[in-house]
Design a protein around this ligand. Sequence first.
Ligand SMILES: C[S@@+](CC[C@H](N)C(=O)[O-])C[C@H]1O[C@@H](n2cnc3c(N)ncnc32)[C@H](O)[C@@H]1O
Length: 396
Amino acid sequence: MSQRNQISAFENKDGMRIAGLFAGVGGIERGLHLAGHETKMLCELDPHAACVLEDHFPGVPLHSDITTMRRLPAVDMIAAGFPCQDLSQAGQTSGIRGEQSGLIDNLFDLIRRAKPRPAWVLLENVPFMLFLHKGHAMQHVLEGLEDLGYSWAYRIIDAHAFGLPQRRKRMIILASRSGDPKSVLLSEDAGPTAPQRRADWWCGFYWTEGNSGVGWAVNAIPPLKGGSRVGIPSPPAIWIPDQHRIVLPDIQDAERLQGFPAGWTKPSGASFRDRLRWRMVGNAVSVPVAKWIGMRLSNPIEYDPQLEISFEREKGWPKAAWGKRGVQFAYPVSSWPVRRPMKPLSGFLRHPFTSLSLRAASGFLGRANNSGLRFEPEFLEDLEAQIARMRAEIDR
Ligand SMILES: C[S@@+](CC[C@H](N)C(=O)[O-])C[C@H]1O[C@@H](n2cnc3c(N)ncnc32)[C@H](O)[C@@H]1O
């Protein structure tokens, strides 16, 4: 299906001018920048994230709150990884009308008033929005785009496909008034991957859980998150079977696991606590995903309409689709558009670990034992041995 079409998806051959709203620490913007596009304006409410943006995008006008923005600048694309708290499985799930995720309507109002309206819109959020409240959030966003004159394509994309040892699936929605979003987002596919078996790979998991799914990931970490069940942003833990240890990675490796250079959330002159940095990194869009979208915008691939499958919106949203007012088709693509070379987690991490603390390890073990979850016996043995070692050190 993938015959290259060298015509760029947009007219400006020097790259697109981007307005990055809900910019966080700029994952989308950095990725698009690496693909040759340019950020002309930023909007971010959190003062710490704004400080990171000022450091990496010097001279780019930065507005704080989307609710007080009067108008959009003249740009080719709006990029907006809008807040996910109300849409994620782990969050309040109040839905698209929730206080946070409902901010998408402020973005739609800004686009409605813009003259001319931006040619492209790139949105990012959690895949759970496909299913939450019978797909109502998806319906709201896609109908909102159609009302504004856009055709759209969406797809779940896993950052793991880009050589990062982090499993991180995200919903990407790309819309255009003049171009063809489906030949950017849907026409490249490396196919699904078989899950890795444990062997001796390092395994990532959420130590803050233990009474529900722990996000067990073989040779990878589960998605970095901005919060956790215990209310603090924190690193996932890593079990190192050959060393019989359970450790926490360094924040600088977390930045690299999102595709940023180490130290990205440590702006010069600021001294942010690690907890703050974990939150900012956990909220970010993985840089290589945005870079791939930016590259495909410049070099779209011909889309094969013969693979399209009809569907009815009322019966649920497929994992990937395209549409415009009155028309929609599902498209059979995986969450791996590419399959980039992957280092094992053990070879990827470069910075020193900290051992999972006695309190954290004991708390996790207690929750795990009282849950119906099943763990590998060797893992539980290593966890118990680590707790015993730490207790012995305290008693000495
Ligand atoms: C999912 S994160 C953004 C990730 C980011 N787009 C990236 O590429 O890495 C959502 C961001 O929206 C910001 N936000 C929440 N309410 C906002 C508002 N009223 N105005 C501007 N930004 C807001 C949050 O502080 C958070 O950083």
